[in-house]
Design a protein around this ligand. Structure first.
Ligand SMILES: C[S@@+](CC[C@H](N)C(=O)[O-])C[C@H]1O[C@@H](n2cnc3c(N)ncnc32)[C@H](O)[C@@H]1O
Length: 462
């Protein structure tokens, strides 16, 4: 693989004696393959090498065809390159203690959002936003599979969030960038790269940051990241923020043996570079805002007492079979659809300025006197276990189910979930002599893998 000359020169200037190793790694070595487990769905540990900085991250010995694994479709894990799992450290070491509202501004396809959901506490709330509609749909699908009730998906421009002054406690900007960390995985990233493109990306990043700054509450935390290594999109972005907004650096301490390179005096910004860390590349810094609207003051709340904010139980006006009782959760009927909304008041405030795509967990559709349960509900943490029968499928049956291809199975009459190796895949409705497969048609597996050698992550748990 040949790299642009300007990129090679830039890397030599940036890394000095370490540059040859980094350039050789990018050119000649396969990227490591890694996954992050969904701790809500998997509680045991696989027999795999650990990603040292993220407790649920693991390396695989080689890249499989993930699509043929029923567990992927069950949301049991997410395929994510390891260095960007460093978000774990950034959040753990900077988040406020009190319940927080989090905005993941550039969220599709959902790597950081699913990771954030695994880290957030029961009273925290995530707004996952993606400006491009088609990508927002993929984000929606991935978050529905992940199954945490504490998230909504929006599809809007960063400027719309700027109107919600002082609304969020933590804002993650995983910015669109020139993608130097994508060179090994995606040759198109090399073709697209040029010093001019880097400038274009940096200009866009400044616009995004300026647009979204006001939505951060006083004392709120900004985590900015890219998957590129140049100074324009990282060091200079930090300098620009510090010059134009009142903010202070938050130190994030990483273990030396992980191989990250700090690019600020106080360890607030770090670069994970291939060849130096086992991953593809991730750069981030963390700031605390020191001026502006304070959401706690505006809402007449003291930060210390904030824990009680969501303590009261919202009455369940609509009964839904199998719905777990969760403080603050409200079931809203939108025409025939029933949606469990985690933070109804916050959602109302959000809707005034931002286009909401997914306002909570879709529970089902009211049809005559019954509720037809929705796919999202089966995969979510809101479904009370044992509320419906569950049928365990073989690997081949599971693939047939996910393709919506015909297959035989024994089951009782009525709605029930189907599982593969203990992980819920979705619903069927058994009618006695046949059953309806309720897997969403637009999510079905397009290719038939049933005659191929099976692959599932589950084998590493045996
Ligand atoms: C690096 S990717 C995000 C990856 C994601 N955070 C993850 O972990 O899966 C950047 C995202 O920013 C979106 N984006 C592009 N232009 C944007 C803009 N002007 N404002 C906000 N987001 C933008 C892209 O569509 C893309 O989904």
């Amino acid at each position: 693989m040949s790299l642009p000359e300007a990129f090679v020169n830039q890397t030599k200037t940036l890394l000095g004696t370490e540059a040859p190793k980094v350039l050789a790694t990018i050119q000649a070595h396969e990227p490591p393959v890694s996954i992050r487990l969904n701790g809500q769905k998997l509680t045991t540990t696989p027999d795999l090498a650990e990603v040292p900085w993220a407790p649920n991250g693991f390396y695989l010995p080689e890249r499989p065809v993930f699509t043929k694994d029923p567990w992927l479709h069950a949301g049991a894990y997410y395929v994510q390159e390891a260095s960007s799992m460093m978000l774990e450290q950034a959040v753990a070491q900077s988040r406020p203690e009190h319940p927080i509202r989090v905005l993941d501004l550039c969220a599709a396809p959902g790597g950081k959002s699913t990771h954030l959901l695994s880290m957030l506490h029961a009273n925290d709330w995530l707004v996952a936003n993606e400006v491009i509609q088609a990508r927002a749909r993929i984000l929606h699908e991935n978050l529905a599979k992940w199954g945490s009730a504490n998230a909504v998906v929006t599809c809007d421009d960063p400027a719309s969030f700027g109107q919600l002054e002082g609304f969020f406690d933590l804002v993650v900007v995983d910015a669109p960038c020139s993608g130097e960390g994508m060179f090994r995985k995606d040759p198109a990233a090399i073709a697209e790269w040029s010093p001019e493109h880097v400038q274009l990306c940096a200009d866009r990043q400044r616009r995004i940051l300026a647009d979204v700054w006001d939505t951060l509450t006083y004392d709120g935390v900004l985590i900015y990241s890219t998957c590129t290594f140049n100074t324009d999109e990282n060091e200079q972005m930090l300098d620009w923020l510090l010059q134009n907004f009142e903010a202070e650096l938050i130190a994030i301490n990483l273990q030396q043996e992980w191989g990250a390179r700090s690019f600020t005096d106080s360890a607030a910004g770090h670069k994970m570079i291939p060849g130096l860390v086992q991953g593809e590349g991730y750069c981030f810094f963390v700031l605390r805002k020191k001026n502006g609207a304070d959401r706690w003051e505006a809402e007449g709340l003291s930060r210390r007492k904030a824990r009680k904010q969501r303590g009261k139980r919202v009455a369940k006006e609509i009964e839904v079979k199998g719905l777990r009782s969760v403080d603050g959760l409200k079931v809203i009927a939108q025409d025939q659809l029933l949606v469990a909304t985690p933070f109804p008041q916050e959602l109302d405030a959000l809707r005034k300025h931002v286009r909401v795509e997914k306002s909570g967990v879709l529970l089902g559709e009211q049809k005559k006197n019954k509720v037809v349960p929705a796919h999202e509900f089966a995969l979510s943490d809101l479904l009370e276990s044992d509320s419906y029968p569950a049928v365990e499928l073989t690997y081949e049956q599971a693939l047939s189910y996910l393709m919506k291809a015909p297959f035989d199975m024994q089951a009782d009459r009525g709605f029930q979930t189907v599982q593969y190796a203990g992980q819920t895949l979705g619903w069927i409705n058994h009618l006695g002599n046949r059953f309806n497969n309720l897997y969403p048609a637009n999510w079905r597996i397009q290719k038939d893998f049933r005659a191929e050698k099976p692959w599932t992550l589950q084998t590493y748990f045996e």
